[in-house]
Design a protein around this ligand. Structure first.
Ligand SMILES: [Fe+2]
Length: 377
């Protein structure tokens, strides 16, 4: 394990000065480089309030603390669980069944490997999908992925739900869209490249919940080693540590630590970004586990907030490209990816099978990925 701290990118700087200014250009390059080298970065955005995150986490704890039969009313298996709740033990980490992914683990130094997922499936975590999308002004080829939101049935939850979800979701969405602009500039593309490509994407506020009374033993896997299928994933601060990510350049495992105070978000690259950049930016692997730091926090939380549900919430937001967008590597970036690869080969560091990034609609790519993780028949 390593004490590497992820690069911190300053969104305030980007929003307060001209995109042409040298200082903004430098910050944008930093964002792009962080995504290339780590597949992740910490984002400083003063618009995001800690209070909003707390209100959101409280609501999620209350929601997931409900009895299972209440949660079940909010399930939509016929829509591939793409709206509403997904109960624990439904989603399989793709890696547990995916050959190239198991090879990636095998090539990591033993000290840097994730917890063994071969015997683990599915994940003991619950999740809620709340769409934050804009209706496209054209007829989509993928209506199933653009279905209406589910508001929970329980009355005490229902009255708070929509306002809290929209407020927190909008904060995440603004932050990740601006970061997308920074990354585009840093990669030498027009500022609006990614933002426009994802304008009508089926973006999701997607909190996950792990019951730490039930799954609180050390070395329990809450979410097995995997990458995300969307474009960029952004997270607010969780109340419990346990998220590990892997830097793509070094294969080092990095336990995610937010600066102790201040308004920070974690951003990670997903599969759509990898596809669009022709592999220049790789989707970042990550896992959520119960480790010593998680247990320390559990003990503290039990004594400070004995009346609160002991549930680890991850405030995740998945930002997607539009379903009807034609996904194919951008030539400029593909060339760069191949050049980097040649360099790596000379250094003897090429350590994984090169995937083929076939052109396809984004909606098709999403459906392919969902079949892999057992959420769609
Ligand atoms: Fe994930």
């Amino acid at each position: 394990m390593t004490d590497v701290v992820l690069p911190i990118v300053d969104l305030d700087l980007f929003l307060s000065q001209s995109p042409q200014s040298e200082v903004v250009q430098r910050e944008c390059k930093k964002a792009a480089d962080a995504l290339i080298n780590y597949g992740a970065l910490l984002l400083h955005d003063s618009r995001v309030s800690e209070d909003d995150n707390d209100i959101f986490l409280d609501l999620m704890e209350d929601y997931f603390a409900q009895p299972e039969q209440d949660l079940k009313r909010d399930e939509r298996p016929e829509l591939g669980y793409q709206v509403g709740v997904t109960l624990e033990n439904t989603e399989k980490p793709k890696c547990a069944v995916d050959e190239p992914c198991l090879q990636i683990i095998a090539k990591l130094a033993p000290s840097e490997r994730p917890l063994d997922i071969t015997a683990h499936s599915p994940d003991p975590k619950c999740r809620f999908f709340w769409k934050m999308s804009e209706k496209p002004p054209y007829e989509t080829q993928f209506p199933g992925l653009n279905a209406a939101n589910v508001v929970p049935q329980s009355e005490s939850i229902q009255i708070r739900w929509t306002a809290v979800m929209e407020k927190w979701g909008q904060s995440m969405k603004n932050a990740v869209e601006n970061l997308g602009e920074m990354a585009a500039i840093g990669l030498g593309l027009p500022q609006e490249t990614f933002r426009e490509a994802g304008r009508y994407g089926p973006h999701l506020l997607a909190p996950t919940a792990s019951d730490l009374n039930k799954y609180g033993k050390q070395d329990t896997i809450l979410a097995g080693f995997h990458t995300d299928l969307n474009f960029l994933t952004i997270h607010g601060r969780s109340r419990f540590p346990g998220l590990n990510i892997w830097a793509r350049n070094t294969g080092k495992r990095i336990p995610v630590r937010f600066p102790a105070t201040g308004r920070y978000l974690l951003v990670q690259a997903g599969k759509q970004l990898e596809h669009l950049t022709g592999g220049l930016i790789k989707a970042g692997f990550h896992e959520v586990v119960v480790n010593e730091a998680t247990l320390d926090t559990v003990a503290k939380r039990k004594s400070s907030f004995p009346e609160r549900p002991l549930i680890r919430i991850s405030s995740t937001f998945f930002w997607h490209l539009s379903s009807d967008y034609d996904l194919a590597p951008i030539p400029l970036l593909r060339h760069q990816a191949l050049a980097t690869k040649t360099q790596a080969r000379h250094l003897g560091r090429l350590d994984e099978v090169e995937p083929i990034y076939e052109p396809m609609k984004v909606g098709q790519q999403v459906q392919n990925e969902l079949k892999h993780i057992a959420l769609m028949a």
